[in-house]
Design a protein around this ligand. Structure first.
Ligand SMILES: N=CN[C@@H](CCC(=O)O)C(=O)O
Ligand SMILES: [Zn+2]
Length: 436
């Protein structure tokens, strides 16, 4: 049995509890449910009680001897961060392309010349399942060290049935060995395979008729994503793929308006996507359609920075009723980072989001973007015991001292997986369970 954990005297405990249980926008994004001198009791993998230290002392004083007690005086506590958009499982890396872009090539030029997503596709096809598990484990360790306890993960570096399934099966296996939870998304139409250039509709048919049924049959994904972009998939082709996914019970997501305005935000609203991603070039009409439909904008400011593009209009979106989540977009080309703290900083610096909004976007709204808000994204009784203890005293300081990893300790399902000072990352909470 794992010992209960009793965290006491947090300078600020940001619970993220609010009356708005669904995706939050406008002023609801500033409701952090802050408790000063806060305390939380974790047991059986979940939050059993949360309140002021005085309140929990009344409730738990007689059981104090059973628990690991953590003095959080002077520190901020938040829910484990949620990263709702990653490409965490892939083979190889593309550092030479980074250099090429600095020499003047653009992201799309490199991709259209057979590099970019195609290069990673070749390396992912060649990698064995074991190699993919090893590489992805290192990335997940890094997520955890940055306070991230749940990620979404996309396939899309296969673009053939065998490799798409390999990526999704690797995610499933990582669930058994790694503490970070992975929520899987199928993205068979992540690029146009070179052999289908000019025959995109034929590849769309393959995604719909040959890939989606197997992914659904094997229950390997919850979401279905597509790269709707000029020179990739048109809104019409994207709509066919997303509607077909719905027939198999997969919820639509969409990479939209990243490089050029292309009607992706409008399409997200039309098909009832849970979220639309990127949106650097989204039209005002598209943004308003998303607000109307309740589509979450999943914004990726590290990608914008890495591609030297203007960030998405996060401020405008929040002010006009779009719920905003943020994410690393961790991938080998346009955003090779696993740092959600950096992404929160960039949300403030480049998208004019407030420190409170950035925290909501990285926790509760991020959980909503992967349909996990009943389990993670806030510290409330019954939700998972996913907690981060930060080396800062309040949420403003977390966003203010930028580019630094302030994580001190992390608990996943009530088990300490990083700590005491950010130095230890364990790869299996089950092992820790037996040790303690
Ligand atoms: N834009 C499309 N897909 C990824 C990039 C993938 C890559 O470059 O390998 C993204 O979300 O940015
Ligand atoms: Zn992406």
């Amino acid at each position: 049995m794992t010992k209960p954990v009793w965290i006491k005297h947090a300078a600020q405990l940001a619970t993220l509890a609010s009356d708005v249980n669904g995706p939050r926008s406008r002023e609801a994004m500033s409701e952090l449910g802050i408790i000063e001198d806060g305390s939380v009791w974790l047991e059986d993998g979940v939050v059993k009680a949360v309140g002021t230290t005085a309140e929990l002392e009344q409730q738990y004083a007689s059981r104090a001897h059973e628990a690991d007690i953590v003095d959080a005086s002077g520190h901020l506590i938040t829910p484990g961060l949620v990263d709702p958009h990653t490409h965490v499982v892939y083979g190889g890396s593309r550092e030479r392309e980074f250099e090429m872009r600095l020499e003047g090539s653009t992201y799309m030029e490199i991709m259209n010349a057979g590099g970019g997503i195609h290069a990673t596709t070749r390396m992912t096809r060649e990698a064995s399942e074991k190699e993919l598990i090893e590489q992805s484990t290192r990335r997940l360790n890094s997520f955890l060290a940055h306070g991230v306890t749940t990620v979404e993960g996309k396939s899309g570096y296969g673009m053939d049935l065998e490799t798409e399934l390999k990526q999704l099966r690797v995610m499933k296996k990582l669930q058994e060995t790694h503490p970070v939870d992975i929520v899987p998304t199928f993205m068979g139409a992540h690029a146009v395979p070179p052999e289908y250039k000019g025959r995109e509709d034929e590849f769309v048919d393959i995604v719909i008729e040959e890939m989606l049924p197997v992914v659904a049959e094997e229950k390997l994904a919850e979401f279905n994503d597509v790269f709707c972009e000029k020179d990739v998939y048109t809104p019409e082709q994207s709509e066919r793929i997303l509607e077909a996914g719905k027939r198999y019970g997969l919820t639509p997501k969409i990479h939209a308006d990243e490089i050029a305005p292309y009607g992706g935000a409008e399409l997200a609203a039309k098909v009832g996507a849970i979220s639309a991603e990127h949106l650097l070039k989204a039209s005002k009409e598209g943004i308003h359609a998303m607000a109307e439909a309740g589509t979450i904008a999943c914004l990726l400011p590290a990608t914008a920075l890495y591609l030297r593009e203007e960030a998405a209009e996060g401020r405008y979106m929040i002010d006009h009723g779009v719920p905003v989540a943020i994410s690393t977009d961790a991938n080998p080309g346009s955003s090779p980072t696993t740092s959600m703290p950096l992404v929160m900083n960039l949300a403030c610096i480049s998208m004019w989001m407030t420190p409170a909004e950035a925290l909501t976007a990285a926790t509760h709204n991020a959980a909503c973007a992967i349909n996990r808000q009943d389990q993670v994204g806030s510290l409330e009784v019954g939700k998972l015991g996913d907690v981060v203890l930060w080396n800062v005293k309040n949420y403003q300081e977390l966003q203010y001292l930028f580019g630094v990893n302030h994580v001190k300790s992390v608990w996943k399902k009530g088990v300490q997986v990083v700590g005491a000072d950010g130095e230890k990352v364990v790869s299996n909470p089950g092992v820790v369970l037996e040790r303690s």
